[in-house]
Design a protein. Sequence first.
Length: 388
Amino acid sequence: MLTSIARKRIPSCRGCRTTKLCNFSTTGKSPTAVVMLNMGGPSRVQETYDFLRNLFLDGDLIPLPFQRVLAPLIAKRRTPQIEKQYADIGGGSPILRYTDYQGTAMCALLDELHPETAPHKHYVAFRYANPLTQETARRMREDGVRRAIAFTQYPQYSCSTTGSSLNELFRRGRAGEMGEVEWSVIDRWGTHPGFIKAVAQNVEATLSKFEPCSRSDVVLLFSAHSLPMSVVNRGDPYVLEVAASVNAVMERLGHSNPYRLVWQSQVGPSAWLGMQTGEAIKGLARLGRKQVILVPIAFTSDHIETLYELDIEYMKEGKELGMEIRRSESLNESPVFIRALADIVAQHLSDYSSRKIGPTSVQMGLRCPGCKSATCSQQKHWFSRGGR
Ligand SMILES: C=CC1=C(C)c2cc3[nH]c(cc4nc(cc5[nH]c(cc1n2)c(C)c5CCC(=O)O)C(CCC(=O)O)=C4C)c(C)c3C=C
Ligand SMILES: [Fe+2]
Ligand SMILES: [Fe+2]
């Protein structure tokens, strides 16, 4: 698909890292920016410390006393262990590569689906790794962007993920680092039919690798990044929205298999939401349910949690317990998923221009229950006025 689209476009625009598909320089029109928000990951092992330091500095993700002092110390202590994990998955996180691939293909489709706002250009704004929001702001200013959509790449909303990215974008925008931009926000899309179809297709492809006679007994373990119980207990919507995604995938699959939702990647000594993925695998093995598929449900491309924790740690554990355990592929380069991304943005642009919707979703306009972040409420107000 990409090659045929690429042929239509003429290369070369300044500051654009996906020049092949971008028609911005050839039309001279200011692009409609689609700003893809995510946490990011170290592209090279050597960037692990900086990534972890930025992560532990984020009070929206991990509120720490004396954060500016403690964050570098915790990052330094954690770096060797995490560096080894990135080395074991091929020398770094593939998140930037996949996000650029998805963004390039999405914008090429968007130019066709919604020509009124073409050319569309994707920008990546990571919270903890390059390109950081600050650098993205500079590139948007250079490109003369006047209209932008903040598009979270976390399907389900949490104040600690999407909320944190929007807070950072708000800080940069309010400081005028992007110039004069009219903003609108896509803050959650965990039950979008295209996203659900893409996940379901990958589950079906994995199911087809099991012997037909036992296929309907395979247990689907949907695995999402856990949350500290302190975040769950303040009413963060993530848990509910992840469950809604799982339910929608199972409906799409016609409830073909037994399934459950489990939680992975807890960090540190505090209480986190369970049951943990590893415990669930062991529990199933004890019950003699030895055929399992691990389904990542809360992230749109591969990362350390799929490639290391699921593929290396849990697969090994499962195999040692005599299980036939496989993982459903992440969405990565899935054409169905890329089409879903384009559909989500095209629908948003068209509803926004016909004033069916405002700059933010109805849910985003609500105050997060229990969230004490002053920036979070200021940010919502700022975006609801289109970034003014
Ligand atoms: C939807 C996904 C994620 C949620 C929700 C989330 C919450 C969350 N995470 C931490 C702490 C850490 N997360 C780390 C890495 C990491 N987290 C996610 C996703 C979510 N996190 C991903 C995809 C990754 C890996 C990035 C990559 O490889 O590309 C880390 C660093 C790794 C480590 O030290 O173990 C920490 C720390 C908290 C506290 C939290 C909720 C409040
Ligand atoms: Fe919040
Ligand atoms: Fe995390």
